[in-house]
Design a protein around this ligand. Structure first.
Ligand code: SF4
Ligand code: SF4
Length: 436
């Protein structure tokens, strides 16, 4: 893991241009929905932004800023959504998000961070292997809940080289999503192992809050299980797990032997290969939906590639760095799946893809600062409503939880829509028949 001192180039390169607070110029449609950093939009104070946090990181590194009351709350208000990072990289070669993550790790190393609510969450992971502190033995209960508990939703194929990683949030809060995923994989004849009680928290919430030593234990344990079981492909249903396996794990283990794919990518592939049959639409689009890009699946979904070299004049990196600029995040697959669903019309929000706006739950904010998480979710829903959509669709249990705090706009999990369409059979007709 990089330390704070490794980001001195970023700290010294920040010229306070402010690009980290705004979506890219060509994407702007006016002042409304032009801001991309949730905490800056909430506070309108430079300290609350990528720019401010990079500056704070420099002062902490140089010892000119002490842990005064309020500083930790500020540092932990950031959702680590990465919008600042992608936008900064459109104009300069810097690492604002990794600097923020290193700042948090420094807070923990100094015995200051994380916030008490995050510590409690970590104790839950240590004790029960999940962020909620629910019994570990209940992690795989989703398996036995199909048909009122009489029939397992998925028994899995013990020798398969693919495994389904369900994650804490889906396992304990949205077990139906796990069953929907299993149903889709079964329909596409995808062989996969169910990890059951061999699955433990991916460690994402620990990494994003700076608890890197605890995170390293999660990495070691999960990779140990996967390798022991001969897993070559890991299918995640949760965007947070996906972004953690892609962006966090390779910092500690190259993980070149295991490909990580999100369920939306698997569905898109199955549709391409003709292995999933969806109902045929008998009428034009009847439900207008907009798609919310989960940060950890979209711009933060790129695999981490370590870099070692020299930074020369004007920030030129030798050898060239494989920058994570959000270019190769998972944007297309969920949209491709939505477009394939009969009766669904997809419309885009202004802040989408690499300029997507965080739901507000990431980076430990839902746990440590629920008021800010709620405010950010309301802002995202305001944008979704303004787009003219009748519903919002995403594929992350944390986004789902935050975006369903009120019922101002129906929320659909992508896999729920696909599972319902599959269950309706072919040809089933239009959205009115399968989406009711
Ligand atoms: S975009 Fe980058 S260089 Fe510009 S203010 Fe933000 S962090 Fe600094
Ligand atoms: S990671 Fe997101 S919330 Fe944090 S400073 Fe950057 S844009 Fe703002």
């Amino acid at each position: 893991m990089d330390e704070l001192k490794d980001f001195l180039h970023t700290m010294l390169s920040c010229n306070h241009c402010g690009q980290c607070k705004w979506i890219l110029g060509p994407k702007m449609r006016g002042w409304d929905f032009a801001e991309v950093c949730p905490i800056h939009q909430r506070h309108h104070w430079d300290a609350y932004s990528g720019q401010g946090l990079v500056n704070i990181a420099q002062e902490v590194l140089e010892g000119t800023l002490q842990y005064e009351p309020g500083l930790l709350d500020l540092i932990y208000s950031c959702t680590t959504c990465g919008a600042c990072d992608i936008n900064c990289k459109s104009v300069r070669d810097m690492e604002p998000l990794d600097t923020i993550l290193a700042l948090r790790a420094r807070c923990v190393a100094d015995g200051q961070g994380p916030l008490p609510a995050h510590r409690e969450q970590t104790e839950n992971v240590v004790r029960e292997n999940n962020i909620y502190g629910r019994p570990h033995a209940e992690r795989a209960e989703w398996l036995g809940q199909a048909d009122g508990g009489a029939k397992p939703a998925a028994s899995g194929s013990p020798g398969a080289s693919a495994a389904l990683f369900v994650g804490c949030a889906i396992s304990y809060k949205y077990p139906q999503t796990a069953r929907d995923i299993a149903q889709i994989l079964n329909a596409g004849d995808v062989e996969f192992q169910v990890l059951g009680e061999d699955e433990f928290c991916c460690g994402g919430p620990l990494w994003r809050t700076g608890q890197v030593e605890e995170f390293a234990k999660s990495v070691k344990r999960n990779l140990g299980v996967l390798r022991r079981r001969g897993i070559r492909t890991l299918i995640t249903g949760c965007a947070e797990c996906y972004g953690t396996f892609q962006g966090g794990y390779p910092r500690l283990d190259p993980m070149d032997d295991i490909e990580v794919v999100h369920i939306s990518e698997v569905i898109a592939r199955l549709l391409d290969e003709g292995r999933l049959e969806l109902p045929v639409a008998s009428s034009p689009g009847r439900l207008r939906v907009t798609y919310h890009d989960p940060c950890m699946l979209a711009r933060l979904g790129e695999k981490y590639v370590p870099w070692e070299g020299e930074i020369k004049a004007f920030g030129r990196h030798e050898p060239p760095k494989q920058w994570r600029r959000g270019t190769y995040g998972v944007y297309d697959a969920p949209r491709q799946v939505l477009r394939a669903l009969p009766g669904i019309e997809l419309i885009e929000m202004v802040r989408s893809e690499e300029c997507g706006y965080c739901c507000g739950a990431g980076g430990g904010v839902a746990t440590g600062n629920p008021e800010l998480a709620a405010w950010t979710a309301e802002e995202r829903l305001r944008e979704a409503r303004a787009s003219g959509a009748q519903a919002i669709v995403s594929c992350c249990p944390f986004c789902r939880e935050n975006l369903t705090r009120d019922d101002s706009l129906p929320y659909y999990e992508l896999t729920e829509l696909v599972a319902r369409a599959l269950a309706a059979g072919t040809p089933a007709g239009d959205v009115g028949r399968w989406l009711s």
